[in-house]
Design a protein around this ligand. Structure first.
Ligand SMILES: O=C(O)CCC(=O)C(=O)O
Length: 300
């Protein structure tokens, strides 16, 4: 792979109060050079085996769309639950640096793993419907999540980069989990409905153009989606790492379980650290088994 981006910052300074303010007000924050070209190359090299059903740990992912030979060639490939399938990917998606970044923006003292996913949009890949990630954690209490979405290729408007509506995390929330891939209707239709309900006349969609290795962290209530990849030769790739409040537990009754309900124990509402480990804490705690499971790719 060519040298796609400058070397990543390896010191990962804490976020500043003004970055936290911008995140709280606008619902997102952009950070340059979170991953280096070498780190991106290692990550991207793991995708082909995964989508070819070769899981390094032998464990299948939680969610999987786009199968070579079965799906449309232009289908978006998305896989969720990467860390349990592949320890190279785990060394990035469980990294304390990303967890600290996500938690600090939310004002949390620690960070629990929520979900991790890759999104690979080949040329002509269809749009991804507008949605809020908080709907995916509706069975949890608190139902709060924050996502660090890292570009692994040039994330341009033409290639169908992430689109957001700044400030939309303040809108009232009544939406539910929806299927996101290749919608038949306008992929922005859920956004228009939410804007009407929030009495917002003309929501401003912003395309987030990022160089490889740069990232956007966004609030779980922020409306986002992505348009068709209009290029003929560029696959748009990204890695999305979503973090929960450290005290998150299951709600006693919820029909919004999605991935989470399969990991719910019957005798307790607590989230099991085997599946939802604590990745970073101000007091230094990190779920102990992670030390043997994978390294930390973001430590030089
Ligand atoms: O990468 C995309 O196109 C969509 C990503 C997304 O919806 C997410 O990470 O929550």
């Amino acid at each position: 792979m060519q040298n796609l981006s400058p070397p990543a910052r390896q010191d990962y300074p804490p976020v500043t109060p003004s970055q936290v303010d911008q995140f709280q007000q606008q619902g997102y924050l952009i950070l340059e050079n979170v991953l280096s070209a070498a780190q991106i190359e290692r990550i991207v090299g793991r995708f082909e085996p995964l989508f070819d059903t070769q899981f390094e740990t032998g464990i299948y992912p939680d969610e999987w769309y786009g199968r070579p030979g079965l799906s449309q060639p232009n289908a978006t490939r998305q896989m969720t639950g990467l860390w349990r399938c592949d320890r190279t990917l785990a060394s990035v998606t469980l990294s304390p640096a990303i967890a600290r970044l996500n938690a600090s923006l939310m004002g949390w003292p620690a960070a629990r793993y929520g979900f991790d996913a890759c999104w690979l949009k080949p040329p002509a890949a269809p749009p991804v419907s507008f949605h809020r990630n908080s709907t995916y954690v509706a069975s949890l209490d608190p139902a709060s999540v924050v996502t660090c979405w890292i570009a692994l290729s040039h994330a341009t408007s033409a290639a169908g980069t992430l689109q957001i509506v700044p400030g939309s995390h303040h809108w009232p929330s009544a939406d539910r989990i929806r299927f996101l891939h290749a919608p038949r209707e306008d992929y922005r239709a859920p956004l228009w409905q939410a804007a009407t309900a929030a009495r917002v006349d003309a929501p401003q969609i912003q395309s987030i153009e990022l160089s490889p290795g740069s990232a956007i962290c966004f609030h779980g209530q922020l409306w986002h989606g992505s348009d068709r990849n209009q290029t003929t030769h560029q696959t748009r790739r990204s890695l999305a790492i979503s973090t929960l409040h450290p005290q998150a537990k299951f709600q006693p009754h919820s029909d919004q379980g999605f991935i989470f309900s399969r990991y719910r124990r019957l005798e307790t509402l607590a989230m099991d650290e085997s599946y939802f480990p604590i990745l970073w804490s101000q007091d230094g705690y990190r779920t102990p088994f992670l030390a043997d499971y994978c390294g930390d790719a973001l430590v030089p």
